[in-house]
Structure formats: C-alpha cells, structure tokens
Design a protein around this ligand. Structure first.
Ligand SMILES: [Zn+2]
Length: 466
C-alpha cells in the first residue's frame, strides 16, 4: 500500500519536469511518467501543482532562553509542517558543567522525542570551551551531531565565544568532519555602541539596529574566515545579512577557501525601519544581526540566486511580544533588554515563493536547493531534501494558485505575533508527507504529536566537499 502522486510538476535543485512520484512505506520508491497504480494505493492528482521535497530548516531555536525568557519548543513544530518544512535542525546551547553530547541527549529525550511533529536534528552550541569539551568535538560526529555553532556576539552572556574557542573548535572539528558555524558579529563593537546609545537616552527598539551596523558583522565574518584559514578548516557563517559580509565571503571563496553561508527569510523582506514602528511595536523586529535596508536586501537576493549563499533558514525564535515589551520598555530599560529573535518557522517557504519565485528573483529550483537540498547536505542528512528514489518520502504538494494573507491568526507557531503580519501570500503547501505519511491536507495539520523522529547527521557535510 503506497501513495501515488500523479500529474504534478516535480521540482528538484537542478530542474523541473512532469512526473508521477510513488512512495512505499517511508521512502520514495519510483519517479517517472505513468507509474502503475497498485491495489490499496492512495492516488493523488497533483495536476497544476508542484511537487517539492520536504523543506529542511537548518536554523531553529526551540530551547533558547534570553535573560530568563524562554521560546516556544517542539510542541509548536506543526507550524513547520503546514509551512512545508519536514525537518528542523535546532541549536542547543551546551549547559554549563555538562558535556556537548550529554546536553544534546538530555534535551532530545526531554524536549523533542515524543513531542516533535516533523523530523529533527541538532547543532551543538559550545558555551563552555574547557579542554575536555574541545576534546569531545570529534566524538559528536559519531553520535550523529556533525555541526557546532559558536556565538561571536553577545559579550558577557554565557554563550559568547572568543577567538580562542573558535580556533580550537575549528582545529578539532576538522579531524572528524564536524562543520563549525559562527554567528558573526563583533561583540565588543556592539557593547561599546550599546552603552553609548543608552547613555544618550537612545533606548527605543530602533537603536538595536544602530548598535549593530553592517561593519560589526563584516568584521566578525572576516575574522572568522581568517581563523578558519589558520586552522585550514571549512567554516559556515549563519544568517548573513549585509553586502559587506557577503563581500568577505565572496573574496575568501575566490581565494579557494571553504567558506559558506546562509541568510534568513526576514532579512530578504523586512527593513530597519520596521524597528521604528510606534508604540514599542518595533520590539517585534529585534533580531541579531539587525534588519537591514533595501541596498542589502538587493545584494542578498542576488547572492541566493547566484549561489554565493547556499541556504535560507528561518532563525525561528519564538519569544512573545508581550514579554519583549515587558523586558525592554519602561524606566531604566532599553533595546538591549529585549530578547533577540522573531518567529518565522511557518512562513519561510511561503515568503520565498511569494516574494522570490513570484517576483522573478528565484526559480522554483533555486528555492528547492536553498530551502531543502543544500541544508540537508550541509548537515549530513543523507535521505532528506531531495526527490530521489531511496530518499525519505518527505513531499510537499504545493498549490501555486492559493491566495491568502499571513497573520498570527492562522499561524501555529504559538507566539503572540508574526513579523510577517498582513503580508500577501501567493501559493501554499497543500499536502505534506513526512516519511510517506500524510501530515498536512488542504493546508491543515492532520498528523500526530511525536510523529517526528531524530535523524542523525553524517560528518563531512557539504562544507567539506568544496
Ligand atoms: Zn539563530
């Protein structure tokens, strides 16, 4: 008993073609024209629709705590499903005094297993670079966690990493094919500007962007690239947002260095001016790096189209606006007290289809590569992100004729706002399969809590392959 999807347009990272797709059990069993129907098969007519691989979102925060405020977790992962994303990769901060793998396994058992509604993997975030923790890095590869991030930003926070830690991580990571990722912003520059702005009484959310201009990101990106050069290791720059940082990546790449990066959906459609919205509404747009201007968005669209950046993630971070307001508004408070991050899990692919594909900035194939295929390869998820026989039956039947409006009202993220409120939406994932099982029908989630499973990553992901 399988599922036969007929008459659709299959989109892969390379091309588009008319074809049927047949799933048997948990995997894609056949792709081709006029595939035969077997007894008991479910047959779906996908005429006029696109058949995409399930999305892979490699940048999600389900366990982040910022100054005591915690984000929504895997209990809201149905939001990913209805948004056409069937695999999430979450950043888990190492707990002080605990090992990298120990932290990941504890978190997985308590907060993901039996709860997740899509498949999942993890990146470790090293926060405690003791010698024994550095020594543990190669072991992560065997345990199914072949990626690790370090935060160059956030001076004074427990998760901030200095150059010492990054260099050691790069050196140790390459022994076993662990890909090192960095959040590239110069922590000291931000700290100085933040204190100066607050002293001048410039405390509103807008000054968040003033406290971390593009040069802050460009400097850290360049420094990370030099650290990687010294270690002779590949490096991955998460959420690239500006022209200057892009230049650093392009130049290093042209020199033959293995430097790769992603951007995120909100950096392609939101603007610094959103932070200036009245009545403290700007707090909804406090994320790091900060939102940029038109000039940078143009550069980013070009970069994702021309493969200078190889993935688009959500950097989903579900802090409630109520909480942001409570923490950052009022006597003695400032933008620096607002938890950083915005929700965006559900609308990542919808944003890219509406504002990328429909506006001629991306082809459907580029979208698939950026949102599905490359993120799987970077993270060593060998059966994800592709429509190929033998791959997992993670399939999105995408209806390009759907018309709607993005709003927190029809959002499953469980957060009290959406940064894309009121955005026009063209097209949507109509039907979604997770390993051969239907979890979304007519845009509605119909799966079950706990249906998602852990997918171990293999070391030596795409950043090691040139
Ligand atoms: Zn992030």
């Amino acid at each position: 008993m399988g599922v036969l999807i007929k008459n659709g347009t299959v989109v892969t990272a390379e091309s588009e073609f008319q074809s049927d797709v047949y799933m048997e059990g948990e995997t894609i069993a056949a792709i081709g024209k006029n595939l035969p129907q077997k007894d008991g098969d479910e047959v779906i007519d996908a005429a006029g629709k696109y058949i995409l691989p399930g999305g892979v979102d490699q940048h999600v925060h389900f366990s982040f705590t910022y100054n005591g405020s915690k984000v929504r977790g895997f209990e809201t992962s149905d939001a990913a499903a209805v948004g056409g994303t069937t695999t999430l990769i979450e950043f888990v901060n190492q707990e002080k005094g605990k090992g990298l793998i120990e932290t990941l396994e504890n978190y997985k058992a308590s907060d993901a297993d039996g709860i997740a509604m899509v498949d999942y993997a993890f990146h470790s975030v090293m926060t405690d670079p003791r010698e024994e923790v550095i020594e543990e890095i190669p072991k992560m590869a065997e345990a199914g966690y072949p990626t690790m991030k370090l935060f160059m930003a956030y001076k004074g926070m427990f998760f901030h990493a200095d150059d010492d830690a990054i260099l050691k991580a790069l050196q140790k990571g390459k022994e076993a094919g662990v890909t090192i990722m960095v959040h590239a912003e110069n922590a000291d520059m931000i700290d100085v500007l933040t204190k100066q702005l607050i002293a001048e009484g410039k405390t509103a959310p807008y000054y968040h962007a003033v406290s971390r201009p593009p040069v802050v990101e460009a400097e850290a990106t360049r420094r990370a690239i030099y650290l990687a050069e010294l270690a002779d290791a590949p490096i991955y720059i998460v959420h690239v947002t500006c022209r200057e940082a892009l230049e650093e990546i392009k130049q290093a790449y042209s020199r033959g260095q293995a430097v790769y990066g992603e951007t995120c959906a909100h950096y392609l459609v939101l603007d610094t001016e959103d932070l200036a919205k009245p009545d403290f509404e700007g707090a909804k747009y406090v994320c790091s790096p900060a939102l940029r201007t038109e000039e940078h968005r143009k550069a980013l669209w070009e970069a994702v189209d021309r493969k200078w950046l190889n993935a688009i993630s959500s950097d989903h971070c579900g802090f409630d606006y109520e909480n942001q307001k409570h923490m950052g508004f009022g006597e003695g408070k400032s933008f620096a007290d607002i938890p950083n991050g915005a929700p965006g899990l559900q609308n990542r692919i919808n944003i890219l289809w509406t504002y990328g594909v429909c506006q001629g900035k991306l082809s459907p194939s580029r979208l698939v590569d950026l949102c599905c295929t490359m993120p799987a390869k970077i993270n060593g998820l060998q059966t994800k992100g592709r429509i190929e026989t033998g791959c997992d039956g993670d399939i999105v039947i995408f209806d390009p004729d759907y018309r709607g409006t993005m709003s927190v009202k029809n959002n499953l993220e469980g957060v009290d706002y959406s940064p894309f409120e009121g955005f026009e939406q063209k097209g949507r994932p109509d039907t979604v399969f997770l390993r051969g099982q239907k979890i979304v029908e007519s845009g509605k989630y119909i799966g079950q809590k706990g249906q998602g499973k852990f997918v171990p990553g293999k070391p030596f992901g795409a950043a090691y392959k040139g």
